[in-house]
Structure formats: structure tokens, C-alpha cells
Design a protein around this ligand. Structure first.
Ligand code: IPM
Ligand code: MN
Length: 349
């Protein structure tokens, strides 16, 4: 019996979560597993009503779940930063979800903005460190508000934090069993403290994985290769900030935010799965948002829970809908409503 904590969140979050849960229900019937889902109202509306984001007792309760399924966090009436740090980043940090796993996979060439790229050309996974780096929130103002103001923002990288992320990436590359190639994406030519540590740890751990081919690319060059030669990549490991940036580009080359999902993984704890697009306030309540990203997040969650076949079946059903049915992956242009797209996935499943 799995216990799934559901956080629909803000904007279009509840609409895509509804479709994701529909598919979860179908998958449970087809693959014979049991689960119970409990909905939590964390997000913008609750914050506006109560002034609360996430409390320690909420975190404690979430620790008793098998996994978390998140819609989107972000509300037009709440100042940027409050919900991001108070809900999303707080969940990632306090549940020690130290890996952000973002598959970049093209399902339908028609939806790829790159000329002549086929599904076999765009199929890689970014392993983003999810607990440290610039996201740690370290830094300060000096002489704030004066002409001599200085603001520092520190990238915090611990040997242990870097090593656990790199080890996860090597293990993941091995079990993915595709090109068996792991690329470290960094900036050793400029950020000479952080990336010196990353590179040393990467080369050290690599010695234990002689079956994995290793490679290095600077982050700026990585964005160039994403566009020019995405077929070079298999698995990429990088820090929190670079991972944030390159995975938005990754989402675009796989067909956009309508299809991009990610997992915030604590390999020994509670992981959280989410469509990586935002809350898209302008589409809220219109039944036009693409739920496939949220459905892919459900697929990733099932795989992570050990329901490998079910996870694969959900992905296969999404591929069918994306290749045989939809006119576009973009909101309002799919040729179907949000609900109809969910129905189609269920039918294929
Ligand atoms: C993401 C998002 C978040 C991040 C924001 C909303 C805090 O952009 O999941 O990539 O920067 O990690
Ligand atoms: Mn991001």
C-alpha cells in the first residue's frame, strides 16, 4: 500500500494533478497495486489566507508518505520568492531530496524546435544537485541601499554533498544502460574553487566505474551542444544552478514545458515528482493546459516506487498520445482539452 501525498498547489497545478491522479488510478487497476492519496493545500491560496507556507509539523507528516506528487507552486498575488523558498525549496531541502532528476526525451520530432532531430537524437537525463550550491541561500549585503553596496551570493559545495550526487549519477548511468556515458557539466575555467572540488571528486569516483565513459563540458558549451549535438549526451551531472538553467533548455528541445517532468529524489527517503513548468496563471481554469508533464511525473513516481512496469506503461501511453493525437504540446493548441488528453492517456494505458 503506497501512501501518496498530493500537493496540487497553484494556478494550473490542480488541473494537471487531477489528470495525473486519473492515470495513477488506472495504472493501479491494471498493475494491481494499492495506494491511498491525501491532498495537502500548501501554496499561494493558503499563504494568502493564513500567512503560512510550510511548517515543521507539515514536513514531519510528509515524512510518513511513500512519495509526493506536486502540481505547481507560484501565485500572481504573492511576491516572488516567498512560495518558492517557503514551499518548494523547503520541501526539497528538509526532505533532503538531494537529486533533481530531469529526463530530456523527445517523443515526437514534430514538436522539436531543432531542425532534423529525431527521438533517438534527444534522449538524455540531467542529474542536478538539489541541496547545495547557490541555492543554499548564503551571502549578505554590505552597505545596503548606499552607493557602496555590495551583495554576495555564495555557492556552497561540500565534499559529501558533491560526492553523493556524483555517485548517484554514476549508478544511474550504469542502470540506465544506454550509452553508458556520464558528462560533468561545470565551469572549471572560471569558478576555480567549486569546480575544482567537483572535478576532483568526479575523477576519483570514476575510477570505481570503469564501465562508464566520462566526459567534461563547460556549462556554456553544454547549452551549445544541446542545440547542435544533443545526441552526444547520455547522462549529465551538474550543480544546482547550472542544472536549473540547462534543464529549461532541455525542456524546450524535448517539446516544451507541456511534456517536461522531474523528480526530486532522496534515495533513502521521501521523493517528490512534479511537472517542471510553473503554475501558468493565465491558463488557470480554462481546461487548456497540457497535463502530459504531470502524467510523466506520475510515471517517474511509479518507477521510483518500484512499479517499473506501470511507470513504463504510463510513459508508453504518453508517447502514443504525443505521437498519434496531439497537434501541439502547447497550452491551448493541443486540439484537445486538458481533461481529454488525460482521457486519451487512460485509454492507451
Ligand atoms: C525549478 C524551478 C525552481 C528552481 C524555482 C521555482 C524555485 O525553477 O524547479 O527548476 O529554481 O529550482
Ligand atoms: Mn527551474
Amino acid at each position: 500500500m503506497y501512501r501518496i501525498a498530493v500537493i496540487p498547489g497553484d494556478g494550473t497545478g490542480p488541473e494537471v494533478v487531477r489528470e495525473g491522479l486519473k492515470v495513477l488510478e488506472s495504472a493501479s487497476r491494471k498493475f494491481n497495486f494499492k495506494y491511498e492519496a491525501k491532498v495537502f493545500d500548501f501554496g499561494g491560496e493558503r499563504y494568502l489566507k493564513t500567512g503560512k507556507t510550510l511548517e515543521d509539523k507539515d514536513i514531519e507528516e510528509l515524512k510518513s508518505y511513500s512519495a509526493i506528487f506536486l502540481g505547481a507552486i507560484g501565485h500572481p498575488q504573492v511576491k516572488p520568492g516567498i512560495l518558492e523558498t517557503g514551499v518548494l525549496l523547503k520541501l526539497r531541502f528538509s526532505l533532503d531530496q538531494y537529486i533533481n532528476l530531469r529526463p530530456v526525451k523527445l517523443y515526437n520530432s514534430a514538436f522539436c524546435p531543432l531542425k532534423d532531430k529525431k527521438p533517438e537524437d534527444i534522449d538524455f537525463v540531467v542529474v542536478r544537485e538539489n541541496s547545495e550550491g547557490l541555492y543554499k541561500g548564503m551571502g549578505e549585503f554590505q552597505n545596503k541601499g548606499t552607493k557602496d553596496e555590495v551583495a554576495t551570493q555564495i555557492s556552497y559545495n561540500t565534499r559529501k554533498g558533491v560526492e553523493r550526487c556524483i555517485r548517484y549519477a554514476f549508478e544511474y548511468t550504469r542502470s540506465r544502460n544506454k550509452k553508458k556515458k556520464l558528462t560533468l557539466c561545470g565551469k572549471t575555467n572560471v569558478l576555480t574553487f567549486a569546480w575544482d572540488l567537483w572535478e576532483r571528486v568526479f575523477n576519483e569516483v570514476a575510477k570505481e566505474y570503469t564501465d562508464i565513459q566520462t566526459d567534461y563540458a563547460h556549462v556554456d558549451a553544454t547549452t551549445m551542444w544541446f542545440v547542435k549535438n544533443p545526441e552526444w549526451f547520455d547522462v549529465i551531472v551538474t550543480d544546482n544552478m547550472f542544472g536549473d538553467i540547462i534543464t529549461d533548455l532541455g525542456a524546450m528541445i524535448q517539446g516544451g514545458m507541456g511534456i517536461a517532468a522531474g523528480g526530486n529524489i532522496n534515495p533513502g527517503g521521501v521523493s517528490m515528482f512534479e511537472p517542471i513548468g510553473g503554475s501558468a496563471p493565465k491558463y488557470t481554469g480554462k481546461d487548456v493546459i497540457n497535463p502530459l508533464a504531470a502524467i510523466c511525473a506520475v510515471g517517474m513516481m511509479l518507477e521510483n516506487l518500484g512499479q517499473t512496469q506501470a511507470g513504463k506503461a504510463v510513459e508508453d501511453a504518453v508517447i502514443k498520445v504525443a505521437t498519434k493525437k496531439l497537434n501541439s504540446l502547447a497550452a491551448g493548441k493541443m486540439g484537445y482539452s486538458t481533461k481529454q488528453v488525460g482521457d486519451l492517456v487512460e485509454e492507451y494505458l
